[in-house]
Structures are given as structure tokens and as C-alpha cells.
Design a protein around this ligand. Structure first.
Ligand SMILES: *[C@@H]1O[C@H](CO)[C@@H](O)[C@H](O)[C@H]1NC(C)=O
Ligand SMILES: *[C@@H]1O[C@H](CO)[C@@H](O)[C@H](O)[C@H]1NC(C)=O
Ligand SMILES: *[C@@H]1O[C@H](CO)[C@@H](O)[C@H](O)[C@H]1NC(C)=O
Length: 318
């Protein structure tokens, strides 16, 4: 090919692309400055009570930040109108682990407000993702089922592989995973479990609401032999739940706790954080002005060192 012919080819290539690209961009608008809300958790542990009524472990904040998002902590003391207002500004929501009443607590009350807003928004084509980790996933099952179906599925301080279902291989959550990681995920203990309750597989399958709403992507066996649901994904909604803790793999280090830190465990945690933040990038909600945004973000708060009295190195209190 002569030089002239080559540059003609290059030129054509760019002309064609520059025509095609704006159309593609318009179809799938992307928000490159997402803010994910994290609902603060009620303090239940006596040693934490002197510091505040609600908290967020810094590991969850780092997890969301690692995917390329900023974080807004959401308190449990606001009015419904204030939550409705916050909903219009954030691009996704994370329900974290903890210990709270999933029906009667402030935590449950606020979660329900956001859950309903998210259902309505998604129904209207306003994409809004929610992720629940550990108790956050249990909460999602209570919200979807309209009742508490939890049973004793204790798996306390144990790392396990996942028993992936057939649906896992066609899921959105695991879609970008390399084959080797998918294989390792079923063989090596990459998922840290720290829970007493969960939804038993049979209960899940027999509940029409849960069954219609979520695909089960993985199950595990508890200390008492119960098979529990460990990873779920909304069939029609961008709602996701894990009974295990992806954030600990990269951001918690207490040697008494079985946090998976192998290279595959790190990769798992990174890919899921990136996946969820990518979901958040599809939401075009935004703050009214830069000042309002700046004053809402987690950067206004300083975590305290808590490694000498909890299993967390750093905690934010509110
Ligand atoms: C996966 O399922 C098998 C068969 O039910 C069970 O024996 C095994 O313990 C499960 N593995 C995990 C990690 O839960
Ligand atoms: C749950 O089951 C475990 C293992 O069988 C048992 O040690 C624990 O006491 C049970 N917890 C509750 C709350 O029933
Ligand atoms: C933990 O360490 C901090 C200093 O880093 C200290 O002020 C605090 O009293 C310690 N807490 C406990 C319960 O040991």
C-alpha cells in the first residue's frame, strides 16, 4: 500500500467513526462523576456506642471509591421529603452489613423509602442501582418479599468458595469475569462470611415474590447444614445482593478474622466494585450545584482508628 492510499484509508476510518460516535453516546449516556449513597448503620456494639448512634466502616467507602465513585453518607434521622430530595442527587445506593431490626428500625424505615423510590424510578426508565451486602442483602429480601423470611444460617468468620448456579454464568454481575476467576471462585475460599441469618434456598424457591424478582447466582452451606442463598441479582431491576463481604478482601486486615487476601480474592473484590459503580454511571441524577454536592460527600468526615477495639481498622461515626 502506498502512503497516499494508506492515509486515505485512515481518513475514511475517522470520518466513519466521527459520524457513528455521537449516536452511540446519545443512546447510552454515561455519568462519569457518580455519587453512591451509603446508608449509615445503627451502632449495636457496646464498645462503639461512645462514638455515635450510626456508623459506616471505612472499608465500604474505600470499596465504592475504588470503582471510581464518590460516596455520600446518608443519615437515618431525616424526613421522607429529605430522602426524596437526596434520591434525585445520588446515582446508586449501598445497604451495608450490621445488626438491626429489618422491619421496625430506623434503618429499615429509611431503606424502604429508598427501595420504593428506586422501584418507581426504574419503572419510569430512570436507572437506579441498589446493592446489599450481608444484612443489606437480607434487607433486600425483606423489602421484596414484604416479610422477614430469615432463618439461622450461621457462617461466622469463615471464608468459602461459592456454589455457582447455572444463572451465574449468564448474569450481569459476573459477566466480565475471566474464566479462570469464575473457576477459582467455585474452588477457593474467596468470600468472607460473617453472618448468623440468611434465606434458605428452599424458602427462597417457595416464595413467589423472591423467585420472580431475583435470580439466585450462588448458594452455600451454613455451619448447621442449611443451604442458604449467597448471591442474588434482580431479573428486571439493577438490584444486587451478596450474603458475603467483598469489601473485606481489600480493605480489612484483622488477623483474627478470615478475610480472603489472595490475588484472586482481590480481583473478585475489584471487579464487583467496578461492576456496581458502572451501574451507577448509568444514573444521571445530580446535585443542584457544586456547593451542595461538596457538602454532602464523605470527604467532610474523618474516620477514627478502631483497630484496637473492633475488627475494623477505621470507622466513620455520624
Ligand atoms: C456446595 O454444595 C455441595 C453440595 O450440596 C456441598 O456439599 C458443599 O458444601 C457446598 N459448598 C459450599 C462452599 O457451600
Ligand atoms: C444457629 O445454629 C448454630 C449452629 O447449629 C448454633 O450454634 C446457634 O446457636 C444457632 N443460633 C440461633 C440464633 O439459633
Ligand atoms: C484505642 O487507641 C486509641 C489511640 O489510638 C486510644 O485513644 C483508645 O483509648 C484505644 N481504645 C481502646 C479501647 O483501647
Amino acid at each position: 500500500m502506498s502512503n497516499v492510499a494508506f492515509s486515505a484509508f485512515v481518513c475514511l476510518f475517522f470520518v466513519c467513526c466521527s459520524r457513528a460516535m455521537p449516536t452511540a453516546l446519545n443512546q447510552e449516556a454515561v455519568n462519569e462523576r457518580p455519587v453512591i449513597g451509603i446508608l449509615t448503620q445503627l451502632v449495636s456494639d457496646d464498645v462503639m456506642k461512645p462514638f455515635g448512634r450510626t456508623y459506616i466502616p471505612a472499608s465500604y467507602v474505600k470499596y465504592i471509591e475504588s470503582g471510581g465513585s464518590r460516596v455520600m453518607p446518608i443519615r437515618l434521622t431525616l424526613t421522607t421529603a429529605e430522602y426524596e430530595n437526596i434520591f434525585k442527587k445520588i446515582n446508586g445506593l449501598l445497604f451495608i452489613g450490621g445488626a438491626a431490626d429489618l422491619e421496625a428500625s430506623d434503618y429499615a424505615r429509611v431503606a424502604k423509602i429508598f427501595y420504593r423510590l428506586a422501584l418507581t424510578a426504574n419503572n419510569a426508565g430512570d436507572f437506579f442501582p441498589i446493592w446489599g451486602t450481608c444484612m443489606g442483602m437480607q434487607l433486600l429480601t425483606v423489602l421484596v418479599a414484604g416479610e422477614n423470611l430469615l432463618a439461622n444460617t450461621t457462617a461466622e468468620n469463615i471464608a468459602m468458595p461459592l456454589n455457582l448456579t447455572r444463572e451465574a454464568h449468564s448474569s450481569r454481575m459476573f459477566q466480565g469475569f475471566p474464566d479462570e476467576l469464575m473457576k477459582t471462585l467455585t474452588q477457593e475460599p474467596l468470600t468472607g462470611n460473617f453472618h448468623h441469618y440468611g434465606v434458605i434456598v428452599e424458602t427462597f424457591q417457595e416464595n413467589e415474590k423472591l423467585q420472580n424478582f431475583f435470580s439466585v447466582l450462588s448458594t452455600n452451606v451454613a455451619e448447621n447444614g442449611a443451604h442458604f442463598v449467597s448471591t442474588i441479582e434482580g431479573k428486571r431491576y439493577p438490584f444486587y445482593g451478596v450474603q458475603w463481604h467483598p469489601e473485606v478482601n481489600r480493605f480489612q486486615w484483622d488477623k483474627k478474622l478470615n478475610f480472603p487476601h489472595s490475588p484472586h480474592a482481590i480481583q473478585l473484590s475489584s471487579l464487583l466494585a467496578e461492576f456496581f459503580v458502572n451501574e451507577g454511571r448509568r444514573s444521571l441524577h445530580q446535585f443542584d450545584n457544586p456547593e451542595e454536592e461538596a457538602s454532602s460527600l464523605i470527604y467532610n468526615y474523618t474516620p477514627i482508628y478502631a483497630g484496637n477495639f473492633t475488627g475494623y481498622e477505621q470507622l466513620y461515626f455520624f
